[in-house]
Design a protein around this ligand. Structure first.
Ligand SMILES: [Ca+2]
Ligand SMILES: [Ca+2]
Ligand SMILES: [Ca+2]
Length: 272
């Protein structure tokens, strides 16, 4: 929930003007067509986020299937207020098509804003041991498959950070500050420091443990764990799940297991 809120704020920050206008427009539409609004039951006036795949694309609407926990098929309306952001597309080819993946903010059945990516797939990819030791420059070279000196969303997803429909497009769109549709070296570096496996592999687990163990008693308290995690977010819940032997603190083995699961998403997947 918290992440969604933060995300929402970022969206609002980037597109505050457009969103305000869109929200106004939706209000007017909702007020002027009460019958239609009633038809859509209680969801009509509520904003919600949908993530999924486009099954059919039409100029004024999309047939979609969500890939969220509650799977559903829906008809979503596109109108001239819909703010569509294309992420990972060729600069000249901007179109929603069958198989496109999206994250949409909808008001009732109307798309207010939407991130669209080509069909990229969202498998888990672990970094290789070599990658954990690479510099940003080396990782840039590795990711730049077509060697055009910039990193597309597909290249990023394949080499560095697997595509996650909920946050991936937003992150990329934000990092691509000049909106060319690809990241130059400086933009890539900015994004890299937010990638979990990168953050968690700049020091060895032992070094990270020592740097976080403020009172040097050989275990991490919850406060000390927040330092290791690099954020206070969800710290109590995560701390409890990392404290496998329920001792109320984390020994080096427990901390290492946490760090490894952060670096290797497939480990985390197995543990959950
Ligand atoms: Ca490239
Ligand atoms: Ca301690
Ligand atoms: Ca423990």
């Amino acid at each position: 929930m918290r992440l969604q809120t933060i995300d929402g704020k970022i969206d609002t920050m980037i597109h505050s003007q457009k969103l305000t206008l869109t929200a106004l427009a939706s209000c007017l539409i909702a007020m002027s067509v009460p019958a239609a609004a009633a038809e859509k039951k209680s969801s009509a006036s509520q904003d919600s986020m949908l993530i999924g795949i486009v099954e059919e694309a039409h100029p004024d609407h999309l047939m979609i299937a969500t890939t969220m926990h509650k799977r559903q098929k829906k008809r979503l309306i596109l109108n001239n207020q819909s703010d569509v952001k294309y992420v990972g597309y060729d600069e000249k080819k901007h179109e929603v098509e069958t198989g496109s993946m999206f994250r949409a903010q909808v008001s009732g059945d109307v798309i207010t804003s939407m991130y669209v990516t080509p069909a990229i797939g969202d498998g888990l990819v672990d970094p290789t041991p070599e990658m954990l030791k690479m510099t940003p420059g080396e990782l840039f070279q590795l990711a730049d498959k077509n060697q055009n000196g910039k990193i597309s969303y597909a290249e990023l997803s394949q080499a560095i950070k697997p595509h996650k429909p909920k946050h991936g497009p937003v992150m990329f769109y934000k990092a691509d500050t000049d909106k060319t549709g690809a990241l130059n070296r400086a933009q890539f570096d900015e994004l890299l420091v937010t990638v979990t496996w990168w953050k968690m592999s700049r020091k060895t687990p032992d070094e990270m443990f020592k740097a976080s163990d403020q009172d040097a008693d050989g275990v991490l308290s919850e406060e000390e764990f927040a330092i290791l995690q690099g954020t206070e977010a969800h710290v109590d819940k995560i701390f409890r799940s990392v404290d496998k032997n329920k001792s109320g603190d984390l020994d080096p083995a427990e901390a290492s297991a946490f760090i490894n699961a952060k670096i290797y998403p497939s480990l985390k997947d197995k543990a959950e």
